[in-house]
Ligand binder design. Sequence first.
Ligand SMILES: [Zn+2]
Length: 178
Amino acid sequence: MELELDLRAADKIWTQIMVDKMSAEKRSALMSRIRGKDTLPEMAVRKRLWREGFRYRLHPKGLAGRPDLVLPKWGAVVFVHGCFWHRHNGCSYFRLPKTRTAFWDAKLQRNRERDASALKTLIDAGWRLAVVWECALRRDADHVGELLATWLTMRDDSIEIEEAGSEVKDRPLIVSGR
Ligand SMILES: [Zn+2]
């Protein structure tokens, strides 16, 4: 009797493991679709820069972190960061999943640390960086383009462009793995 109960309990646990595994796989399939590059707002920003005469290369190999755009003439690179994958802390598009929370927490933290180390490498090599967050693109891609164009020609620091309140703003880039 006792053994039978144990077996039933074990079976239940096994079923639970399988269900979790399924949902984890489905989840990552879903998330990889969300992750896709070349989103429409991103294209809008690129087109705008191109129209204004800025020339760039896309996803160049051989630069740390594979920036989304590199503009050699301006000594600048641009990263477009998805708020979930790059763990945009304090952003409404970033929320840790409710299941397998520890797994996601560790994974996304690693992404963030990898980003920080790539950004540091590029800054040390003399590049100016702009990190454009997905939330800013979704809010006002046009304004993102404007901020980037101004930054490219008028300033020599590194910036981060994000949604702040209901506006799109830039601020000095602070590189941190946390
Ligand atoms: Zn964000």
